[in-house]
Design a protein around this ligand. Structure first.
Ligand SMILES: Cc1cc2nc3c(=O)[nH]c(=O)nc-3n(C[C@H](O)[C@H](O)[C@H](O)COP(=O)(O)O)c2cc1C
Length: 355
């Protein structure tokens, strides 16, 4: 099939075979298990160029058993035929369960400068572990109203030290973290940063602040920007827009970020038809497209589209019923149109070099 979707693209030293990214999507399968390996291998086998494994707490990387399980996950994704990345995230609590935030809110207390440094070091350690485990890239979860977003957003950051107040200060946590990761993993290891370019909140950072952050992070050494939007946890979800939202919901935000950087930019949000994906790439709104729930529903979307079999794609309903819905109930995700999702391990498909 002609077009940009199936043309290769470089992210630093990593070359992807096409422009299709499986974005980070929490599963609650436990990424150290055979269940998770089979699930992610099948997304790779379906033909996407890059699998970004779900948001994973940086605290986990201090656990030797967790770290030992990582190479098998990277291998499973590679054998499926995709490049492999993991999204690194920080929960709103310390390992002992104490709730923390950039500024005190609800039951959370303000993190100290020493704790900030400690958290940044955990990111660097996590990225180093991922590199050692054979992953091709790591991503910082800077989006959706979580820890990084809270530092960046005047909505949540009321600090009076060097990490709060001015735009420069609100960018400091993210910029220092990226620079520290770079220092530890070297200049070459691809490092992606996911941001909510617009929080859609009256006290949120807004587009021009997000453009400034993107440009600053490019200077600090990120290899690509993964441009999402909004604050998670709303019903219906805005980060994972439901069916009535336009297709390619947040591609316009990727385009605004692309105006100020040279590194590749990823667009996301209800990209379910190849025409829409091609249009986003052809119009220059983004360099890559992330296709989340549609690849949960049908991991073989890329292969089918590449072979001109679009009509055979099992369409996502975009009702968030068993994916986000299950996560909200603290349950592993499933899919209303793909009964195999999360059960791939019961009858795994042969991976190419196993066949
Ligand atoms: C079940 C589920 C889990 C998600 N988990 C994450 C996550 O761990 N990290 C993240 O940055 N985004 C997460 N997202 C957001 C997706 O990566 C994606 O941005 C969103 O679903 C929009 O893309 P789509 O319309 O192609 O699904 C999640 C979405 C869903 C539905």
């Amino acid at each position: 099939m002609a077009g940009l979707l199936f043309s290769p693209i470089a992210m630093g030293p990593m070359t992807m075979k096409n422009r299709i990214v499986y974005p980070p999507m929490g599963t609650r399968y436990d990424i150290t298990t055979a269940r998770a390996r089979a699930y992610y291998a099948e997304r790779a086998l379906g033909g996407c160029g890059l699998v970004i494994v779900e948001g994973t707490r940086v605290d986990n990387f201090a656990d030797p058993q967790f770290v030992t399980a990582l190479p098998a996950l990277a291998q499973a994704i590679h054998r499926g035929g995709a490049k492999a990345c993991v999204q690194m995230s920080h929960p709103p609590s310390l390992p002992d369960g104490e709730a923390i935030a950039p500024s005190a809110a609800d039951s959370a207390r303000e993190v100290t400068a020493a704790e900030i440094r400690n958290i940044q070091e955990k990111y660097a350690l996590a990225a180093a572990c991922l590199k050692k485990a054979g992953f091709d890239a790591a991503e910082v979860h800077g989006a959706h109203g979580y820890f990084f977003s809270q530092f960046f957003s005047p909505r949540a950051n009321r600090r009076t030290d060097a990490y709060g107040g001015s735009l420069e200060n609100r960018m400091r946590f993210a910029r220092e973290t990226v620079r520290l990761i770079r220092l530890v993993v070297g200049r070459e290891f691809p490092l992606l940063y996911r941001m909510s370019a617009d929080e859609f909140h009256p006290q949120g950072p807004g587009i021009s602040d997000s453009q400034a952050l993107a440009a600053a992070l490019e200077n600090d050494g990120v290899t690509a920007l993964d441009v999402s939007a909004a604050i998670a946890g709303q019903t219906p979800s805005v980060t994972s827009p439901i069916r009535k939202a336009p297709e390619g919901t947040y591609a316009y935000l990727a385009a605004l970020i692309k105006q100020v950087v040279r590194v590749p930019v990823i667009a996301v949000g209800r990209i379910c038809r190849s025409e829409v994906a091609e249009q986003i790439l052809a119009s220059g709104q983004a360099d890559l497209v992330a296709i989340g729930r549609q690849l949960l529903a049908d991991p073989f979307w890329p292969k089918k589209v590449a072979e001109g079999r679009d009509g055979e794609v099992v369409a996502c309903r975009y009702d968030n019923h068993l994916c986000l819905g299950n996560l909200n109930k603290q349950m592993p995700i499933a899919c209303s149109v793909n009964p195999r999702a999360g059960r791939e391990y019961e009858a795994p498909l042969p991976l190419p070099n196993e066949a």
